[in-house]
Design a protein around this ligand. Structure first.
Ligand code: CP
Ligand code: NVA
Length: 308
């Protein structure tokens, strides 16, 4: 404890609206440089440790490739191949790892575990997904929205499906950035605005029928019915979520120029119909790619502060 001046990114609400404005601008610059094969290496001699207690494709590749592109290097740890899997206390792991690297990304189960790590770390900690939140993904999603449609302020995002880590993070983003989330989940799988720390409940509205949530939306988005760590509930969830498949009827209820997003991995025929995710309104591949660009901007910000 005592490293109170370090900036961590544990939840979406850890940054303010004007910091997001800055990050989205930086991400656009960093992305353009990457597309033009321009070398940009502000993080030479910096090391990122990535700790994965759950599986990943996008998060690993985007952080690892992004860090190398910026001139730094990475250390990849999993529960199974480190002492984390043999019950070394998270506080001790944090003390040790943060004496050797400059920044740490963690994907784990409980948010409290991430917080305990951060409390004992000398360096910035980034949430790479917990049971409760997935802020890097929403950062990428909003950047993607802005690229395609401009400011998200005042817009309506329809969330269809599980009230999970993605949904809770959308609520935080809505309150900070000034848009609305229309949420439709099956009974028993609701979002948790208290956990998300929502003060202004006007930033979201809940709907029994997913079609009603999609009505007039600027963006329709969903996620898997069963998140990592909840596999035992798979069968019960399949039954409960049967009517929460984003199909072309739901997209038709949204605005004509509505976008479709999914953080991926996706299950065609479950939470989303193939003709939606593979259709003209879907921006899921941009969304995945943008993970790398926004996280490069985030790491640059956490390590170097504002540039220019
Ligand atoms: N969206 C996302 O975080 O994907 P991975 O689980 O593949 O990292
Ligand atoms: N809600 C999903 C997101 C995967 C990227 C999960 O937590 O498994």
């Amino acid at each position: 404890p005592g490293h109170t001046l370090i900036k961590h990114y544990l939840q979406f609400k850890d940054l303010r609206a004007e910091e997001y404005t800055y990050l989205f601008e930086r991400a656009a610059i960093i992305k353009k440089r990457f597309k033009n094969y321009e070398k940009y290496t502000p993080l030479v001699d910096r090391t990122l440790a990535m700790i994965f207690e759950k599986a990943s494709t996008r998060t690993r590749v985007s952080f690892e490739a992004g860090m190398y592109q910026m001139g730094g290097s990475v250390v990849h740890l999993t529960t199974g191949d480190s002492q984390l899997g043999r019950a070394e206390p998270v506080e001790d792991s944090a003390r040790v790892i943060s004496r050797m690297v400059d920044i740490v990304m963690i994907r784990t189960y409980e948010q409290t575990k991430l917080e305990a790590f951060a409390a004992h770390s000398r360096v910035p900690i980034i949430n790479g997904l917990t049971n409760e939140f997935h802020p890097c993904q929403i950062l990428a999603d909003i950047f993607t929205y802005i690229e395609h449609r401009g400011s998200i302020q005042g817009k309506t995002v329809a969330w269809v499906g599980d009230g999970n880590n993605m949904a809770n993070t959308w609520l935080q983003a809505a309150e900070i950035l000034g848009f609305k989330v229309h949420v439709s989940t099956p009974t028993g799988y609701e979002v948790d605005p208290r956990l998300a720390g929502i003060r202004d409940t006007s930033c979201y509205k809940t709907f029994k029928n997913p079609m009603d949530a999609c009505q007039g939306a600027d963006l329709v988005t969903t996620d898997v019915w069963t998140s990592m760590g909840f596999e035992a509930e798979n069968e019960a969830r399949r039954r409960a979520f049967a009517d929460w498949c984003v199909d072309t009827d739901m997209m038709a209820a949204a605005k004509a120029d509505a976008l479709f997003m999914h953080c991926l991995p996706a299950h065609r025929g479950e939470e989303v119909a193939a003709d939606v995710i593979d259709g003209p309104q879907s921006v899921v591949w941009d969304e995945a790619e943008n993970r790398m660009h926004v996280q490069k901007a985030l790491m640059e910000f956490l390590l170097l502060g504002r540039i220019g």
